[in-house]
Design a protein. Structure first.
Length: 178
Protein backbone atom coordinates (compact mmCIF):
# COMPACT_ATOMS: atom_id res chain seq x y z
CA UNK A 1 0.00 0.00 0.00
CA UNK A 2 2.95 2.30 0.46
CA UNK A 3 4.90 3.63 -2.48
CA UNK A 4 8.55 4.47 -2.05
CA UNK A 5 9.09 8.12 -2.92
CA UNK A 6 11.93 9.00 -5.24
CA UNK A 7 14.52 11.63 -4.33
CA UNK A 8 12.70 14.52 -6.04
CA UNK A 9 9.38 13.64 -4.37
CA UNK A 10 11.03 13.39 -0.95
CA UNK A 11 12.38 16.90 -1.43
CA UNK A 12 8.86 18.15 -2.16
CA UNK A 13 7.08 16.46 0.75
CA UNK A 14 9.81 16.82 3.33
CA UNK A 15 11.22 20.34 3.36
CA UNK A 16 14.05 21.05 5.79
CA UNK A 17 11.59 22.60 8.26
CA UNK A 18 9.62 19.36 8.57
CA UNK A 19 10.96 17.20 11.42
CA UNK A 20 10.07 13.87 9.78
CA UNK A 21 9.48 12.60 6.26
CA UNK A 22 5.85 12.27 5.35
CA UNK A 23 4.36 10.05 2.70
CA UNK A 24 1.31 11.02 0.60
CA UNK A 25 -0.92 8.02 0.05
CA UNK A 26 -3.50 7.04 -2.51
CA UNK A 27 -4.85 3.76 -1.04
CA UNK A 28 -7.09 2.94 -4.00
CA UNK A 29 -4.31 3.38 -6.55
CA UNK A 30 -1.90 1.34 -4.45
CA UNK A 31 -4.41 -1.53 -4.25
CA UNK A 32 -5.20 -1.36 -7.94
CA UNK A 33 -1.49 -1.51 -8.71
CA UNK A 34 -1.20 -4.68 -6.62
CA UNK A 35 0.43 -3.38 -3.43
CA UNK A 36 -0.44 -5.19 -0.22
CA UNK A 37 -2.49 -3.29 2.37
CA UNK A 38 -0.56 -2.44 5.52
CA UNK A 39 -1.86 -1.22 8.88
CA UNK A 40 -1.75 2.54 9.06
CA UNK A 41 -2.77 3.15 12.65
CA UNK A 42 0.80 3.18 13.93
CA UNK A 43 1.88 5.61 11.20
CA UNK A 44 -1.16 7.90 11.30
CA UNK A 45 0.83 10.88 12.58
CA UNK A 46 3.16 10.64 9.59
CA UNK A 47 0.71 10.52 6.68
CA UNK A 48 -0.81 12.79 4.06
CA UNK A 49 -3.70 11.71 1.88
CA UNK A 50 -3.95 12.38 -1.82
CA UNK A 51 -5.23 11.07 -5.10
CA UNK A 52 -3.25 9.37 -7.81
CA UNK A 53 -3.58 9.45 -11.55
CA UNK A 54 -7.11 8.89 -12.87
CA UNK A 55 -5.50 6.18 -14.98
CA UNK A 56 -4.86 4.25 -11.76
CA UNK A 57 -8.33 4.53 -10.18
CA UNK A 58 -10.47 6.09 -12.93
CA UNK A 59 -11.33 9.14 -10.82
CA UNK A 60 -9.71 11.77 -8.64
CA UNK A 61 -11.81 11.27 -5.53
CA UNK A 62 -10.35 12.28 -2.17
CA UNK A 63 -13.46 11.10 -0.30
CA UNK A 64 -13.06 7.60 -1.75
CA UNK A 65 -9.36 7.66 -0.83
CA UNK A 66 -10.28 8.69 2.72
CA UNK A 67 -12.79 5.85 2.98
CA UNK A 68 -10.24 3.33 1.66
CA UNK A 69 -7.61 4.60 4.09
CA UNK A 70 -9.97 4.30 7.05
CA UNK A 71 -11.18 0.82 6.13
CA UNK A 72 -7.80 -0.61 5.16
CA UNK A 73 -5.76 1.16 7.80
CA UNK A 74 -7.98 0.67 10.82
CA UNK A 75 -8.26 4.42 11.35
CA UNK A 76 -11.22 6.40 12.65
CA UNK A 77 -13.02 8.86 10.41
CA UNK A 78 -11.67 11.73 12.50
CA UNK A 79 -8.09 10.47 12.08
CA UNK A 80 -8.51 10.22 8.31
CA UNK A 81 -9.97 13.72 8.00
CA UNK A 82 -7.04 15.04 10.04
CA UNK A 83 -4.62 13.22 7.71
CA UNK A 84 -6.40 14.66 4.65
CA UNK A 85 -6.16 18.22 5.97
CA UNK A 86 -3.49 18.79 8.60
CA UNK A 87 -1.39 15.85 7.39
CA UNK A 88 -1.11 17.29 3.90
CA UNK A 89 -0.25 20.74 5.22
CA UNK A 90 2.37 19.31 7.53
CA UNK A 91 3.85 17.14 4.76
CA UNK A 92 4.39 20.29 2.72
CA UNK A 93 5.90 22.12 5.69
CA UNK A 94 2.93 24.51 5.70
CA UNK A 95 1.17 23.42 8.89
CA UNK A 96 1.40 26.91 10.38
CA UNK A 97 -0.22 28.44 7.28
CA UNK A 98 -2.86 25.93 6.08
CA UNK A 99 -4.52 22.63 6.99
CA UNK A 100 -7.01 23.74 9.62
CA UNK A 101 -9.63 26.43 10.02
CA UNK A 102 -8.00 28.99 12.30
CA UNK A 103 -7.66 32.76 12.39
CA UNK A 104 -4.72 33.85 10.25
CA UNK A 105 -4.53 30.66 8.17
CA UNK A 106 -5.42 30.40 4.49
CA UNK A 107 -8.13 27.86 3.76
CA UNK A 108 -9.86 26.24 0.83
CA UNK A 109 -13.22 24.92 2.00
CA UNK A 110 -15.86 22.49 0.78
CA UNK A 111 -19.49 21.99 1.71
CA UNK A 112 -20.68 18.38 1.73
CA UNK A 113 -24.45 17.85 1.44
CA UNK A 114 -25.21 15.22 4.10
CA UNK A 115 -29.01 15.46 3.79
CA UNK A 116 -29.42 12.12 1.97
CA UNK A 117 -27.21 10.05 4.24
CA UNK A 118 -29.01 7.38 6.24
CA UNK A 119 -26.68 7.68 9.24
CA UNK A 120 -28.84 10.12 11.20
CA UNK A 121 -27.09 9.52 14.53
CA UNK A 122 -23.55 9.19 13.17
CA UNK A 123 -20.98 11.82 13.87
CA UNK A 124 -20.19 14.24 11.06
CA UNK A 125 -16.69 12.85 10.41
CA UNK A 126 -18.06 9.31 10.03
CA UNK A 127 -20.89 10.54 7.80
CA UNK A 128 -18.38 12.25 5.49
CA UNK A 129 -15.76 9.50 5.38
CA UNK A 130 -18.04 6.47 5.27
CA UNK A 131 -21.14 7.80 3.56
CA UNK A 132 -20.46 10.82 1.39
CA UNK A 133 -19.68 10.66 -2.32
CA UNK A 134 -17.82 13.29 -4.32
CA UNK A 135 -21.11 14.19 -6.02
CA UNK A 136 -22.29 15.47 -2.62
CA UNK A 137 -19.68 18.25 -2.58
CA UNK A 138 -22.05 21.09 -3.34
CA UNK A 139 -19.84 24.12 -2.84
CA UNK A 140 -16.10 24.87 -2.95
CA UNK A 141 -14.25 28.02 -1.97
CA UNK A 142 -10.61 28.36 -3.01
CA UNK A 143 -8.43 31.31 -2.15
CA UNK A 144 -11.45 33.14 -0.76
CA UNK A 145 -13.41 32.81 -4.02
CA UNK A 146 -16.38 30.63 -4.83
CA UNK A 147 -15.20 27.93 -7.25
CA UNK A 148 -18.32 25.72 -7.15
CA UNK A 149 -21.80 26.81 -6.07
CA UNK A 150 -24.69 24.36 -5.82
CA UNK A 151 -22.67 21.84 -7.84
CA UNK A 152 -21.89 24.21 -10.73
CA UNK A 153 -18.44 25.46 -11.67
CA UNK A 154 -18.12 29.20 -11.12
CA UNK A 155 -14.58 29.95 -12.29
CA UNK A 156 -14.60 28.01 -15.58
CA UNK A 157 -17.08 27.76 -18.41
CA UNK A 158 -18.39 24.17 -18.20
CA UNK A 159 -19.27 23.96 -21.90
CA UNK A 160 -15.79 25.13 -22.86
CA UNK A 161 -14.18 22.57 -20.54
CA UNK A 162 -16.39 19.78 -21.89
CA UNK A 163 -15.34 20.65 -25.45
CA UNK A 164 -11.58 20.59 -24.75
CA UNK A 165 -10.99 16.82 -25.01
CA UNK A 166 -12.74 16.64 -28.39
CA UNK A 167 -10.85 19.66 -29.63
CA UNK A 168 -7.50 18.18 -28.61
CA UNK A 169 -8.41 14.76 -30.04
CA UNK A 170 -9.21 16.43 -33.36
CA UNK A 171 -5.97 18.40 -33.31
CA UNK A 172 -3.95 15.27 -32.53
CA UNK A 173 -5.72 13.29 -35.25
CA UNK A 174 -4.85 16.00 -37.77
CA UNK A 175 -1.27 16.21 -36.50
CA UNK A 176 -1.61 19.92 -35.76
CA UNK A 177 0.47 21.26 -32.88
CA UNK A 178 -1.05 23.87 -30.60
Amino acid sequence: MFRQLDVDENDLVAPAAAPERREPLSPQAELRLGASPAPLALRAAHLALGTDSPAAVLALDLLAEARAMALLGGLSAAQVLRIATQGGASALGLGSEIGSIEAGKAADLICVDLENLSAADADIAAAIVFGAQRSQVSDVWAGGRSAVASGRLMIFDEAELAALPGSWAQRLALGVAA
